[in-house]
Unconditional design. Structure first.
Length: 356
């Protein structure tokens, strides 16, 4: 005989307890990057006290980090749709070319030259995205071809438009933007830090804009869905071709902004701007938690990843490590980051399979 089971009491909770919510992997990754940056800064400061010098070391370090973070963001926006931009450095040089031309030949003010620079970068990025969307050719192939095309085009334009392969005219405010820090901004007796360059304002605006785009807007969610599953995005009514063009246009605009910032940092607009930006663009984005396969980005992670690379580079440089060894170390860091990206992708896939 079966024992009758009493009906559940209304006051008793019969629901199955759910496991505690775990934060996404990129949250833990950002925390790990932050801790690692602090540890390395402390270590380099102990080994070489000059590392903590505000004007001689920290100011140029933060200025470089500000520029390279924008480069990482330029790579991040195309990675969000599952693409890559191997021409990010040449697009930086292309945008800086137009800014230098505007200052030298057109007599533009500093803001107008910057606007011309951003417009040129967005245009060349949109053209790249349009070619990819219309032809269906891999972004790797198209951006690699664009890299070679811009390499020749930028060099030819500098040779035709300048005598010394560089625009040397400096508009009013350019020198101050290069050398001024937050210490030059005071509210009464309170002034900012002499270690933080004013040029970091461009990076802050880029971070805030992209953070709002991907975190708070439908357009950002559509970009991520396009990268995560293009077929599902198409079936959901998302115009994936236009989203691809938009992502590449934003990438070109951010690359041009980075080219402008690099030119401001050196004081001249020349063809060699952007020659060494492709590796840092992937390092910052991938270390920060952006997936190469698309669908996941981390804006703050790109900042932290770039900061980690900058701290390592500056610290090893002060310790006397040569440029060749630096490149080896950075290449190893990128290899580890790509391996971690692959592991995260496999684990995410297995988790989805188990849940189904």
């Amino acid at each position: 005989m079966k024992t009758p089971v009493a009906p559940p009491d209304d006051d008793v909770d019969t629901t199955v307890p759910r496991p505690a919510h775990k934060p996404p992997f990129w949250v833990n990754q950002r925390l790990g990057l932050l801790v690692l940056i602090v540890v390395l800064c402390t270590l380099f400061g102990v080994l070489r006290p000059a590392f903590l010098d505000e004007r001689l070391v920290l100011f140029p370090l933060l200025r470089d980090i500000a520029t390279l973070t924008v480069v990482a963001l330029a790579q991040m926006v195309v990675l969000s749709v599952g693409h890559m931009n191997l021409a990010v450095g040449r697009m930086a040089a292309f945008g800086a070319l137009f800014a230098g031309f505007g200052y030298d030949r057109l007599g533009l003010s500093l803001p107008l030259g910057l606007l011309l620079c951003l417009s040129a970068g967005a245009a060349i990025g949109a053209l790249t995205g349009w070619i990819i969307a219309r032809t269906g050719v891999s972004s790797f192939v198209v951006t690699l071809a664009m890299d070679f095309a811009l390499l020749g085009l930028v060099s030819l334009l500098y040779s035709a438009l300048t005598e010394n392969a560089a625009f040397t005219t400096r508009p009013s405010g350019l020198a101050g933007l290069r050398s001024y820090s937050l210490a030059d901004i005071c509210v009464g007796p309170v002034c900012g830090s002499p270690a933080v360059p004013q040029m970091i304002q461009f990076t802050v605006l880029a971070l805030a804009g992209l953070g709002f785009l991907y975190g708070c807007t439908r357009l950002g969610r559509e970009l991520l869905l396009t990268g995560a599953n293009p077929a599902a995005a198409e079936l959901s009514g998302i115009p994936t071709s236009r989203r691809v063009i938009l992502a590449h246009a934003m990438s070109g605009m951010l690359a041009a902004l980075a080219g402008f910032m690099a030119a401001v940092g050196t004081g001249t607009f020349r063809a060699s701007i952007g020659d060494d930006l492709m590796l840092p663009s992937f390092l910052g984005a991938v270390l920060g938690g952006t997936l190469l396969t698309g669908g996941v980005v981390s804006v703050i992670g790109a900042l932290l990843g770039t900061s980690l690379v900058g701290v390592i580079r500056k610290g090893l440089d002060l310790l006397g490590v040569g440029l060749e060894s630096l490149n080896i170390y950075l290449g190893c860091v990128l290899l580890l980051a790509l391996s971690a990206d692959r592991v995260r992708t496999v684990l995410s896939y297995r988790k989805v399979v188990r849940s189904t």
